[in-house]
Design a protein around this ligand. Structure first.
Ligand code: HEM
Length: 198
């Protein structure tokens, strides 16, 4: 069990002990006065009703699709690399969008280090959970939620104009590159209707 799970379960335990304490306190107070026996229920209800409403709202929100904003500014690959090579701004790419994550890095829930280390690269594979930077997670990748997509929307500074040729490909063959089957190699061929250039 990870430290954060222990933290979570201990917090739940403290909340339930507090509710139990309030409910039994109210109950013994009212029983002593021979009145309002049912009032103890107010304590769990006052906790559970907002909790259920907020959880339902959270679950619905997670299942929605938050669109990335479409920026009007365009940035060429040369401009992108010219900025990131200087090392002052942490620009990253998600799809064809350029994000400036410099000021966001210290607040990133996955760690500042991750944003700093991926400066000047396309982080889509990490963002969408196709890949991870931490081998100790045993191949369990992290897929970002809508909350992260909203955070991205405030970081997008432009749309990348690619000057290099990109072709659509499909996987022709897959083979395991490690015994634990966590690493694979792929052979690609051009997708129907496109041609692979050198
Ligand atoms: C600028 C782009 C990024 C933004 C705006 C962003 C935002 C977020 C947000 C808001 C969360 C909290 C959970 C969620 O809402 O999904 C999160 C968690 C996380 N992010 Fe990112 N992220 C970005 C890039 C990355 C990259 C490139 C990686 C990996 C290389 C990464 C790895 C993680 C991990 C591992 C967590 C889980 C932390 C935990 O709960 O233990 N993120 N990120």
């Amino acid at each position: 069990m990870r430290l954060r799970d222990i933290h979570k379960y201990l917090s739940w335990l403290m909340i339930f002990v507090a509710i139990f304490g309030c409910a039994t306190g109210i109950n013994s107070y009212n029983t002593g006065r021979m009145q309002h026996y049912y009032l103890w229920i107010a304590s769990p209800v006052a906790f559970l009703v907002p909790l259920i409403i907020m959880e339902a709202h959270h679950q619905v929100y997670l299942r929605k699709h938050v669109q990335f904003v479409a920026p009007l500014t365009t940035i060429t690959e040369e401009e992108f690399y010219a900025i990131t090579r200087k090392g002052r701004r942490h620009l990253v790419l998600i799809d064809d969008l350029v994000l400036d994550a410099t000021d966001y890095a210290p607040y990133h829930p996955g760690g500042k280090f991750i944003i700093e280390r991926t400066r000047g690269t396309d982080v889509s594979k990490f963002f969408y959970g196709g890949y991870n930077l931490e081998p100790l997670t045993n191949g369990v990748n992290y897929t970002h939620t809508n909350y992260a997509r909203v955070a991205c929307n405030s970081l997008i500074i432009g749309k990348l104009i690619r000057t290099t040729n990109i072709c659509k490909v499909k996987i022709d063959a897959t083979s395991d590159a490690s015994e634990d089957q966590l690493i694979k190699t792929f052979k690609f061929v051009a997708a129907p209707g496109t041609v692979l250039s050198d």
